[in-house]
Design a protein around this ligand. Structure first.
Ligand SMILES: [Zn+2]
Length: 427
């Protein structure tokens, strides 16, 4: 952007017409640069790729909406190639990012790759995170963070520059969960950059979903099967564990992989949760430790296991999925959105998964339960009306979802676009 102009440039490095690798750069009229999230993108072959930010050493300030890897993991790569600016976020996000980052390191070691993300590099990124400023001024730029209701600590970033304002939702929800209170009101902004994960769908009724989940748990336990639950480690797994302790099944409940560490971090930072309910899982949930214990648990019937790897593309879940695959009495339960090309999507659509090149047919049942903490299309519409922007930028959703949100905004007489990766627009 040429100096002296009043426009702001917005460039999309990732998360544009797709889910994964969320990363947006704003270039301000005075030449300063702002980064909104910097996530990893998971490829079909199991690799993770990161936004290739131009001259990251010249970024002036960054914002991190929440610690999910598709929003946060790219900061490790960006730091590696020179990023050295404050990353504004919340304390809860900083604490949980430690787990996300260390898990990325662990995966590299497991794959016998040369770890790019050493603990030293992880510490450098954490040191850049500033968590004591939910609002502030950065030269001519003013900012304020608003609770996004997606997971504990998740925020939307409001940015004001001159006479222009931009609201970046990050991942956002408008319903209360067991861990997060309903989010408050969002401010008006000229430009709304909005999460479109469920842009063309409505969520099923939550009560009905929980009822179905309860029946599945009780039925499988009564039939001497094992329920293997794949949950996104951050927030989703503690939420599922809370629900399981309410159901109180007649068998042990195990937790394995990254969810173990997340539960620990949440218990240590319980003041940032909606209430202290999570303390109830102490004594009711058993933590799997070590590979022998894991083998033992995978063969136990009846049992319930909550393991990391929400889309079956990696993590502790693969071990359990393989163990229950031939067992017709067992259930593989998925609890979140399954991106196209992932094992989770394949399990639902084709009844098979692929682990390290080996194709495994699933004789166990595969069930999906929508415990989403993203807005659905109704929630997106309400949020657009609430913010009443002049321009809606639909992102963080597949082609159909972002297209549906563009159409929805235009029907409200609001200009709307869904930029592609690499595209740069001026507002
Ligand atoms: Zn998220």
């Amino acid at each position: 952007m040429a100096k002296g102009k009043r426009e702001i440039g917005i460039r999309f490095y990732g998360g544009a017409r797709e889910i994964g690798g969320s990363c947006i750069e704003l270039s301000l009229p005075d030449g300063r640069r702002v980064l909104l999230d910097c996530g990893g993108k998971f490829k079909k072959d199991g690799r993770t790729v990161y936004p290739e930010i131009e001259k990251p050493e010249k970024i002036d300030i960054a914002f991190l909406s929440h610690p999910h890897a598709d929003h946060s993991l790219g900061f490790l790569h960006a730091r590696q190639i020179g990023l050295n600016c404050p990353i504004i976020t919340t304390e809860m996000t900083k604490q949980t990012s430690v787990v996300t980052f260390c898990d990325a390191h662990k995966l590299e070691v497991e794959r016998e790759e040369e770890p790019r993300f050493t603990y030293g590099k992880i510490a450098q990124v954490l040191n850049l995170m500033k968590t004591d400023r939910s609002r502030g001024q950065f030269e001519g730029l003013s900012y304020k963070l608003f609770p996004a209701g997606h997971i504990p600590g998740a925020v939307a970033a409001y940015l004001g520059y001159g006479h222009k304002s931009i609201l970046y939702t990050g991942d956002i929800n408008n319903n209360e969960t067991r861990l997060v209170a309903e989010r408050g009101k969002l401010p008006h902004a000229d430009v709304l950059i909005i999460d479109c994960t469920y842009g063309n769908r409505l969520h099923p009724d939550r009560e009905k979903t929980e009822q179905d989940f309860r029946q599945m748990i009780e039925g499988t336990v009564a039939g001497n099967g094992c329920v293997v639950i794949g949950a996104f480690a951050v927030a989703r797994s503690p939420e599922i564990l809370l629900l399981l302790t309410e159901i109180n099944p007649d068998c042990p409940i195990y937790v394995d992989g990254m969810p173990r560490d997340i539960v620990k971090v949440y218990l240590e930072n319980i003041q940032y949760l909606k209430n202290r309910d999570l303390e109830k899982i102490r004594g009711q949930v058993r933590f799997v430790s070590g590979s022998n214990h894991r083998r033992y648990v995978a063969n136990m019937r009846p049992a319930i296991v909550v393991a990391s790897g929400g889309m079956l593309n990696g993590g502790a879940i693969l071990h359990y999925a393989k163990a229950v695959a031939p067992d017709e009495k067992s259930v593989l339960a998925l609890t979140g959105y399954q991106v196209e090309g992932t094992n989770g999507r394949r399990a639902l659509e084709e009844g098979r998964i692929e682990i390290n090149g080996e194709v495994i047919d699933l004789k166990c049942s595969v069930r999906r339960f929508s415990f989403s903490t993203h807005l659905d299309s109704d929630g997106i519409k309400k949020t657009i009306v609430e913010v009443m922007p002049k321009l809606v930028i639909a992102q963080h959703g597949d082609e159909q979802s972002v297209r549906a949100v563009v159409k929805m905004a235009r029907n409200l007489n609001i200009k709307a676009i869904a930029p592609a990766i690499g595209e740069r627009i001026i507002v």
